[in-house]
Design a protein around this ligand. Structure first.
Ligand SMILES: *Cc1c(COP(=O)(O)O)cnc(C)c1O
Length: 422
């Protein structure tokens, strides 16, 4: 499969006609458990001496196709799917962190990730330190001997800022820690972070990979190149009590991170993906290149139109030549700058409310990466609890509107914004 081009991999990677029935589409293996051949087979499975299906919380044939598909698209070594993007984050850090450990994260992140890192991870005593995506050296300044990873989004939600992945990879590797990239907004069609030095790639497959706004899912991709033997990552390098003292890094080599995360974090924390959702996301991946290109082309058309509109104060889209991220856009994702961006209304808070109340084609929802065009006014929704000043710092000032441009006709998207702004 490795020799095929991206469009071919999107349709075929990981899949084959069903050996039992000849079904051409990947069947939904809607089962909890799988029958052992005999007692020896069962023992070998439990000892991790052979790989196979035991119980759907750990592994499922439909989900396995999705895992291999996304790993191939990201040019990684192995994939692991789970129930949501947030659970992909939880599972990844569970493998890397011990209580008291730290990681350095970009401040410019999806709001839900900021909450997860600040609030819920604190309960495990996993400590986040914040840095600024636009200044890679600010990550270096936060690194201590307790640091276990650097974390950023390839294209940041909601600001659309593009991360200098190569620069962050160098800082991470100089410190002996992996670079984790949340590639949700770019998708592997636009950016393949592993090729720029990232070690672990995460997805909220709920968004562009699935692409149709119909199912929650997360995927972790192990780049397979990181050396886990330094002693910084005991879950990977030290003998494991739950597998008779097996050392995961020594035993599984370039797939150690993916396998460890499956057999410890997913096994014990439990956010498994349902086979039905694996099937829906898998179907979505087949059209990823077609959809992403249309998303990006439409977004650029809409961003240009907004920029020329007298009711609009500013437009923040990396695809516009005067945007601070434009150079990074040309370097990392020349095919497009994604479909999520923000703009500011001259009328402020009230104008934002009127706009989301007046759109007809756009849907007013807290989501992105749907075939449909989506809109939200963060100050009156996702960020309404915050004080004015804190909203502004989070990129959710009173005048900010976030769009996720769909794959409809761009003329219809623009016509809807035009009537709503009027
Ligand atoms: C939505 C999102 C997440 C969280 O994913 P869920 O599937 O909603 O759990 C993480 N990162 C980014 C960039 C997102 O947009």
């Amino acid at each position: 499969m490795a020799d095929y081009g991206f469009n071919t991999l999107a349709v075929h990677a990981g899949a084959q006609p069903d050996p039992a029935t000849g079904a051409r589409a990947t069947p939904i293996y809607q089962t909890t458990a799988f029958v052992f051949e005999d007692a020896d087979h069962a023992a070998a499975l439990f000892n991790l001496q052979v790989f196979g299906n035991v119980y759907t919380r750990l592994m499922n044939p439909t989900t396995a196709v999705l895992e291999e598909r996304v790993a191939a698209l990201e040019n990684g070594r192995a994939g692991l799917a789970c129930a949501s993007g947030h659970s992909a984050q939880l599972l990844t850090f569970h493998t890397l962190m011990s209580p008291g450990d730290e990681f350095v994260a970009a401040r410019q992140l999806y709001g839900g990730s900021v909450n997860q890192f600040n609030q819920s991870f604190a309960k495990f005593d996993w400590r986040v330190k914040w840095a600024d995506t636009t200044n890679p050296d600010s990550f270096k300044a936060q690194i201590t001997d307790k640091t276990k990873a650097i974390y950023a989004e390839s294209i940041a939600n909601p600001g659309g800022l593009i991360t200098d992945i190569e620069a962050l990879a160098k800082i991470a590797h100089d410190a002996g820690v992996p670079l984790i990239i949340d590639n949700t907004l770019a998708s592997p069609y636009l950016i393949r972070p592993i090729e720029w030095g990232a070690d672990i790639v995460l997805h909220s497959a709920t968004k562009f990979l699935g692409g149709h706004g119909n199912s929650m899912a997360g995927v972790i991709v192990d780049g397979g190149k990181f050396d886990w033997g330094s002693g910084k990552f005991p879950t990977l390098s030290e003998p494991s009590p739950s597998y008779h003292g097996m050392r995961m890094w020594e035993t599984f080599g370039d797939m150690a991170f993916a396998i460890t995360t499956r057999v410890f974090a997913l096994r014990d924390l439990g956010p498994a993906l349902s086979p039905m959702n694996a099937f829906l996301v898998l179907t979505g991946t087949e059209t990823l290149p077609l959809r992403m290109q249309r998303h990006c082309d439409n977004a650029l058309t809409v961003a240009k139109w907004l920029k020329a509109n007298p009711k609009v104060e500013w437009v923040n889209y990396a695809g516009l030549p005067d945007n601070p991220s434009y150079k990074l856009h040309q370097k990392y994702c020349p095919k497009g700058a994604g479909s999520v961006f923000t703009f500011g209304l001259k009328g402020g808070y009230e104008a934002g409310i009127r706009l989301v109340n007046s759109v007809k084609l756009f849907s007013h929802v807290a989501n992105i990466g749907d075939t449909r065009s989506l809109i939200i006014h963060p100050a009156s929704t996702t960020h309404r609890q915050l004080a004015d000043e804190d909203r502004a710092k989070a990129g959710a000032g009173n005048d900010v509107v976030r769009l996720s441009i769909g794959i409809e006709d761009s003329a219809d998207i623009i016509a809807d914004l035009e009537q709503a702004l009027a």
